[in-house]
Write a protein that binds this ligand. Structure first.
Ligand code: CAA
Length: 278
């Protein structure tokens, strides 16, 4: 198993893989970044031991299953590779070209893209039949869902291999076709954009809006907390991508979020978004 890109999503996916007993190669652009992700994974697994959710031995074995690299060639032996790199079409197309060259002909190649078209990602590939989407939700180790996305030219074999792997990771996979936002983001992104617009329309505070959706709609987190968790840059990018494809005004990112993104208020990862973090 290989994971390319060890940011919040990639590191979470790599954690799931090693916890599920799969030897995993994690690749970042530098060994230093790879090591940071490895440390984060080790930290979360240690927390599970402290909370009595995992044995110390199982934790150590899981940590030992992860090998870190900055060299894509180290993914040569992988049967399945999931990419979770930057959300740029050209970068993903280039990466899949490299993976096709490096990995064996039977290897399935999956994208964790949240808003790009998997069909477009695969369009520059010479073996598009083995490319599918596997879309995890943030935080990947905790959220049970994975969307398995069939691109126009995905083979049944690749699609079902990805589905079975989702099950092996202990996730609840669902099957869908490659449409803008797939299933959940098609609904969630305009909904979160509505929430942000309501902040100004109803002159409600961030805290009260979050309380409203938690206590009035049963959400586990308020919308502002959630956008902070996802990353304001990630959310704005996904909104732009959906708006470009669907042209529905609700898909367009609210100006307030664009301004926050431009100011570097990216949510939890930058220490400040709607809320301030230590
Ligand atoms: N790996 C492992 N453990 C992690 C973790 C990670 N990456 N991140 C956090 N944790 C652990 C923490 O260590 C924490 O435990 P400690 O504080 O004891 O160390 C624990 O998980 C979480 O504890 P909480 O009490 O905060 O857990 P919770 O019961 O409140 O649930 C939640 C947290 C699952 C995130 C819940 O609040 C929730 O479901 N929120 C909604 C999240 C959501 O909607 N995500 C989807 C976003 S949209 C998306 O991702 C799509 C996209 O394409 C952008």
């Amino acid at each position: 198993m290989g994971v390319v890109g060890l940011g919040a999503m990639g590191a979470g996916i790599a954690q799931l893989c090693v916890e599920a007993g799969v030897d995993t190669v994690g690749r970042e652009v530098s060994l230093e970044l790879a090591q940071k992700a490895g440390d984060r994974i080790a930290h979360f697994l240690t927390r599970k031991v402290e909370k009595g959710q995992l044995d110390q031995d199982a934790r150590d074995v899981a940590v030992g299953r992860l090998s870190l690299t900055a060299d894509l060639e180290d993914l040569a032996g992988c049967d399945l590779v999931i990419e979770a790199i930057v959300e740029e079409l050209a970068s993903k197309q280039e990466l899949f070209g490299e993976l096709e060259r490096i990995c064996g002909g039977d290897a399935v190649l999956a994208s964790n893209t949240s808003a790009l078209s998997v069909t477009e990602i695969a369009s520059k590939s010479s073996t598009p039949q083995r490319i599918v989407g596997m879309h995890f939700f943030n935080p990947a180790p905790l959220m049970p869902l994975v969307e398995i996305i069939r691109a126009e030219l995905s083979s049944d074999d690749a699609f079902e291999t990805a589905y079975a792997f989702g099950e092996k990771l202990g996730k609840h996979p669902i099957r869908c076709h490659d449409t803008p936002g797939f299933v959940v983001n098609r609904v969630l992104i305009p909904l979160l954009n509505d929430c942000v617009r309501v902040l100004d329309e109803a002159r409600v505070t961030v805290e009260d809006l979050d309380a409203g959706m938690k206590h009035g709609a049963g959400w586990p987190m308020g919308p502002c907390e959630l956008v902070d968790l996802v990353g304001i840059d990630v959310h704005v990018h996904a909104s732009d991508a959906l708006y470009e494809k669907l042209r529905e005004p609700r898909m367009a990112p609210p100006p307030r979020l664009v301004a926050m993104r431009n100011a570097g208020l990216l949510g939890r990862k930058s220490g400040r978004g709607f809320y301030t973090y230590d």
